[in-house]
Design a protein around this ligand. Structure first.
Ligand code: COA
Length: 261
């Protein structure tokens, strides 16, 4: 597939996606959102062949969030049109959030507003030590509405209350402290660090990884009383699966499982 605002590259089982609107710091508008949504559907359909995804930004920063010029035009549209736009944005984030393979975010320069939303739908986020973050929406008189459903489970309400109401920019060290990012390294070391995560992922069962991702979503969304049954069912299915049996047998036979790269 070819895109106007996205660069894609396959490196064996690793899919690289680069947001490519550097003139506006990879801000996203309706076209970028539509492209990201179809890209996610395409890569999701290639699960198995694609075993991890790395999302990055072209140019100086990872992503400056929603395109302010696009948002400003909202006043010319009806409430229904604006709700439709926001819903499409939600669907884009959800499509990436629910990809069956691990998604790694490569954050350099800045991740602001929706750019943090994009980081929040990644399973692993590696950030450059000089990267800047911020939920700056209130500075523009708007709110981090769509992204909140993905950001809150990661950083919790306490950090969100401070950061959403101040709109203050904060450094990578703080993003690490609130669990938005998982590793902070010099920018020159981003790819080596990502490579280490990829090595771990390729040594793990791809179906088990997909099941683990779904498990987290399901447990998070379920009520206390439902969790015992849900987790018991999930584990029972994995134990008897071909991949589960292969992994357990390989361990007992002191050999690498078939999926190991
Ligand atoms: N929407 C639209 N245009 C944006 C943008 C956004 N979210 N973020 C940056 N741009 C544009 C700037 O207007 C500027 O355009 P110009 O060259 O025509 O003047 C260009 O991108 C470069 O921006 P600049 O601020 O000079 O880049 P920088 O590298 O110094 O800083 C950021 C990068 C991301 C830190 C900074 O651009 C920024 O903070 N942007 C605002 C992000 C924001 O508030 N997002 C929330 C949206 S809800």
């Amino acid at each position: 597939m070819t895109y106007r605002y996205l660069l894609t590259r396959s490196d064996g089982p690793i899919e690289h996606l680069t947001l490519n609107r550097p003139d506006v710091r990879n801000a996203f508008n309706a076209d970028v959102i539509a492209e990201l949504t179809s890209w996610a559907a395409d890569v999701g359909a290639r699960a198995g062949a694609v075993r991890a995804v790395v999302i990055a930004g072209a140019g100086k920063v990872f992503c400056a969030g929603a395109d302010a010029a696009w948002l400003e035009q909202s006043a010319r549209y009806s409430q229904d049109d604006n709700v439709r736009d926001a819903t499409a944005t939600s669907q884009m984030f959800r499509a990436i959030d629910e990809l069956p393979m691990p998604v790694i975010g490569r954050v350099h320069g800045a991740a602001i507003g929706g750019g943090i939303g994009l980081a929040a739908v990644c399973d692993v986020v590696v950030a450059a030590e000089d990267a800047v973050f911020g939920f700056t929406e209130v500075k523009l008189g708007i709110i981090p509405a769509v992204i909140s459903q993905f950001v809150l489970p990661k950083i919790g309400p306490s950090a969100a209350r401070e950061l959403f109401v101040t709109g203050a920019r904060f450094p990578a060290a703080r993003a690490y402290k609130i669990d938005l990012v998982h590793a902070v390294v010099p920018e020159a070391d981003l790819d080596t660090t990502i490579g280490r995560y990829v090595t771990e992922i390729l040594a793990s069962g791809p179906e088990a990884i997909a099941a683990a991702k779904k498990l987290i979503r399901d447990v998070w969304a379920s009520r206390a009383g439902e969790v015992t049954a849900l987790t018991a069912q999930a584990l029972a299915s994995r134990r008897v699966s071909a991949e589960g049996q292969e992994g357990l047998r390989a361990f007992l036979e002191k050999r690498k499982p078939r999926w190991s790269a």
